[in-house]
Design a protein around this ligand. Sequence first.
Ligand SMILES: C[S@@+](CC[C@H](N)C(=O)[O-])C[C@H]1O[C@@H](n2cnc3c(N)ncnc32)[C@H](O)[C@@H]1O
Length: 283
Amino acid sequence: MDRQSREAFEIKWLLEAIYACYGYDFRDYAGASLKRRILNRLEQSDCRHISDMVGKMLYDSDFFELFLQDMSITVTEMFRDPKVFLRLRERVIPRLKTYSRINVWHAGCATGEEVYSLAILLHEEGLLEKTRIYATDFNNHSLEIARKGIYSQELVKYQENYLLGGGKKALSEYYRHNYDAVIMKAFLRKRITFAYHNLTRDQVFAEMHLIMCRNVLIYFNQALQNKVLGLLINSLVHKGFLVLGDKETLEFTSITHQFDDFEPGAKIYRKTAALPKANQDEA
Ligand SMILES: C[S@@+](CC[C@H](N)C(=O)[O-])C[C@H]1O[C@@H](n2cnc3c(N)ncnc32)[C@H](O)[C@@H]1O
């Protein structure tokens, strides 16, 4: 067996052990970045081979927690990709205004900056009071930060993103200074429920009008992307909106025919009533 095949075998073994022991399924995460993270963890551990990490993983839950943090890339920011927020404001908000109640799901919300950005936008458009935002992630550490809504002073630098995203006031209207940090205002936090949810194994969130799942699918292989997209589509109402990250697409996925490319430049899709492909051929 050559080195590469041996490494592939060890990685498979490690992921099976994690799944069996902790229920976290990384078996369908995208290969290259998965391998990079495993090798990084190996380098920082006292193990010689990936296979040595299997036993350590099984008996040392702290070691697993470190691995979990490695696997959870939590990079995010306020009004990340401002054009997406601008398009949401201009094109999606007018449609959401027709509903008496609005449900939003942020799947893979990390530390919550994107969630507060949307809450601000909804507030400025007069919709926050009739909206419930569910924001989920499988990283409890990030969720804790998101729940508190306390960030470093660095947050002030996102004023420009906020304005490019169509912001109508000043970002500083939405937080107050708290020693050397800033804290998001309570009226925003009140409309958001942060909760643990693992996209690879947990259930749908029903009746969502808008789902933001940005910069999460890139970490999954095609099979897992299809599975998770199935979960997202089942969570959306008819004509509901799905927003993906800049480098993500519904093209070539199993559900592409069930969505309109509503705002191609901003990766905003809208669920249609289209039949599954096999039935379309018969219809
Ligand atoms: C790069 S962040 C994206 C944050 C935010 N959506 C944004 O675009 O700024 C990716 C997030 O996906 C989460 N994630 C990865 N796999 C997940 C899974 N199986 N279930 C739930 N969340 C997951 C990670 O913990 C991380 O917080």
